[in-house]
Every structure is written in C-alpha cells, then in structure tokens.
Write a protein of this length. Structure first.
Length: 420
C-alpha cells in the first residue's frame, strides 16, 4: 500500500481548488436509477468512492461515461433491479443509497446489509422504516435487505425520522419522488448535500418543497426525465484546507468554497485566531497570530461537522491551553487519538469527549490511518511535526480527497507519496 512521507515546518501559501462534494455526488449517482433517461452530473470529483459507486450502478445495467469538463453521464434506460451483493456494499456503505431508487422505479430491491463500519454502527433501520412507511414490504434475510412494493408503486406517506439522518433522508427523498401522492418527511437532515440532491431531483422533474428545513414535502410524479446538474463544492474538503492553513500559520485561498456551507467551522476557526473572508473566487484563510484553544461539539448540520473533528483535533493539539472536543454523531470516531499521541499530542479520552492540552511541538513518527477523516487529520499534524512523519494505509485518503498530496505540494508542503 502507498504511504505518505511528510517533513513538517512549511507554511502553506497559495490557492487550492475545492472540487464537487463527495457526500453530494454519491446519492446523485444513485438517483440516476429513478429515470430511464440520462442524468449528467458536472463538477464530479476524481475519487475512488465515485469509481466504486459507478461500479455499483453498472451492476444494475446503468451505463456510465466520463465527458470533458468533469461531467459524468449516467444512462439507466436499460437498468434492472438486481442484487447488490455484500462484496460491493461492504466496500462502500453509500451503496445502500440504491435501495430507495430501485424500489421506487422497479418495485423490488435486494441489497446486502453493509456490515461493520470503522467509525461506528451507522444503523440502517431508519432507511428501512422510511421505505416501510411508503408501503414497501421490507424483510432482512440471510444478510440481505429485501424490499417489495405491493402493486409495484410506493404510496405517499408521513415519515417521521427519529434523528436527522442524512442517508435516511436521502433514501426517503428519492423513493418519494415516484410514490403515488404526497410524502411528508419530518425531522429531515438539513445538510447542503441533501439540498443539492433535492435540486438534482427537481431538475429531473421531481416536485420537492422545503429542502434545507426539518420538513420536506414531495409530491410524487409518474416519471422523471433527462437532466444535467452541477454539484456543490465540498465543504469538508474546504474545511480541511482551511484548517491546514490555520495549523501551519499560512495563507490559502480556497477556490469555489462557500462560507454559508461552513459557518460553524468558520466561527470556530475565527475563535481560534484565524482570519476568514470571502473573495471573488471563494474564501481566503489566513493566520498570523497565535492560536487560541476552542471547545467544539459535533452535531448534525448546521452544527460542527463530525467529518472535521479529527482535523480540528490536530489543530488543537498544537494550540496553547486546553480544549474539549465532544463527539455526538459517531461513537467510534476517536481512533486517530492514539496515532496523534504517537506524534506527541497530549489527548485523554472520557467516553465521547476528548480533552486536548496543546503541546509546543509535535514530532514525526510512523502512524496508521484508520478511516478517511482520521487519515487527513494525521496529514495536518504531520505538516507541523518536527522531522519526518510517515502515514500508512493512505488509500483512505483517495476515497474523499482528490490529489491531496499534489495540492499541498503546490502550496509549499514537503510531501512524498511512496508506492508500496
């Protein structure tokens, strides 16, 4: 497996292009199953997760082609409902997102349960309850979710989610577009990626009101049609590079980034002593003064995103004073803590809370990436660690960050990718 070798100490200067959001593109790829006509997505990032999701779609007979200008064209005209086997779903949990579109269009789906997850249980029960509310018969047999619709078509209903789950909201949203009558989704996730899915579905002919609020209403239609939609920029990628500028005391312009999608993150960074202001091309991130300790609690959007917790912890690890980071979204999302400790970070855990006492200097060591966001948290720590940091199992990074090492090198970082 490839590894990254980082020599810390360089300030980051320049600009970084923020590409389309990983968490937006995956459900929109699945949404192509809802129509017999082509869907074109633009601003698509070059990520291994995108490749995996396209491979999943091809299992159902969807043809996919990459066009100039970061455009992905998906044609589900010859698609069929087939099995989504464990071998596929276990590699990427987002494969579960095909369940709603398959049941909505074809009246049946058989999708493997995803199995374990490195950052927590991530139960699928909310997905299943949403489909059951729409009239699907849902069973779990032999490790597979089997869903069928009596009479072939789902029926509009009131779906009350016990928590604002992004995945369950997306499943309910996609399934409801072809259901007969009106569907009301209560306690829906408000994330920008959910809103972007609603915009994509609307471009395909869906009738959706209230996306971005806790109450979304979908009026079912008979068919969806061809469409083209441009993905929003990745707020987690933007937040990661913002923290990279902060931790190195650098100055980075984040091209295509939107402050309104990362207001809570921006507020936390400003509290930590970082300057942020909009430009004609995106956002400028700059730090000239000493860092200040900040407490954060991860929460559903618009709260502080769990996907930036590891990165912010790396920042607090070199910030004078004490900070507290509480994780309320995924119970297993502290696996980067022992790896940061190998670099000299002073972090103690009590249940779902991490107490960080900033150290004057981290020192390079060999560390192991455990998941996507933990991986990039270690990269950020390596950027300021004295000496050489070697990060193993970086295939996690390629799932969610396009050309991370090359982008950082262009801004002055000393990074080498070493092939296995």
């Amino acid at each position: 497996m490839d590894r990254l070798v980082i020599r810390g100490g360089n300030k980051l200067e320049g600009s970084v292009e923020v590409h389309g959001a990983k968490n937006a593109v995956l459900p929109q790829i699945a949404a192509a199953l809802l129509s017999s006509e082509p869907l074109e997505l633009s601003n698509v990032p070059d990520l291994s997760d995108v490749t995996s999701m396209v491979n999943v779609m091809q299992e159902f007979g969807v043809s996919a082609s990459h066009l100039p200008g970061r455009v992905l064209r998906l044609d589900a005209g010859q698609a069929r409902s087939a099995d989504a086997p464990y071998e596929i779903v276990r590699r990427m949990r987002a494969s579960m997102l095909v369940l709603g579109p398959l049941v909505a269009r074809f009246g049946a789906a058989r999708v493997s349960l995803p199995g374990g997850c490195a950052i927590g249980a991530r139960p699928v029960d909310l997905h299943l309850k949403a489909l059951a509310a729409l009239g699907a018969d849902v069973d779990v047999e032999g490790g597979y979710i089997i869903a069928k619709t009596p009479g072939h078509r789902l029926q509009g209903a009131r779906i009350v989610l016990s928590s604002p789950s992004v995945g369950a909201t997306e499943t309910a949203l996609m399934a409801a577009t072809l259901a007969r009558g009106e569907t009301e989704i209560i306690n829906a996730a408000r994330d920008p990626e959910v809103c972007d899915l609603a915009l994509c579905l609307t471009a395909m002919g869906a009738r959706i009101e209230g996306a971005g609020t806790h109450r979304v209403v979908v009026s079912g239609v008979d068919n969806l049609h061809r469409a083209r939609h441009e993905l929003i920029a990745d707020r987690i990628e933007a937040g990661t590079y913002a923290i990279a500028a902060a931790i190195t005391g650098g100055h980075l312009e984040l091209l295509n980034a939107h402050l309104e999608h990362m207001a809570t993150v921006g507020a936390a960074l400003e509290q930590a002593g970082v300057q942020i202001w909009p430009t004609d091309r995106g956002l400028m991130i700059s730090r000239d003064e000493p860092l200040r300790a900040v407490d954060i609690v991860t929460e559903p959007y618009p709260g502080f995103p769990t996907d930036l917790q590891a990165q912010f912890m790396a920042l607090m690890a070199v910030t004078p004073g004490a900070s507290m980071l509480r994780e309320t979204v995924f119970e297993g999302r502290f696996m980067h803590v022992p790896e940061l400790a190998r670099l000299g970070a002073n972090i103690s855990l009590q249940g779902t809370t991490a107490f960080v006492r900033g150290v004057e200097q981290l020192r390079g060591a060999e560390v192991m990436a455990t998941d996507l966001r933990a991986s990039v948290g270690l990269v950020l720590a390596g950027l300021v660690a004295e000496g050489e940091t070697v990060i193993h199992r970086i295939y996690h990074l390629d799932r969610g960050y396009e050309a991370l090492d090359r982008k950082l090198i262009q801004c002055g970082a000393d990074i080498r990718r070493v092939a296995a």
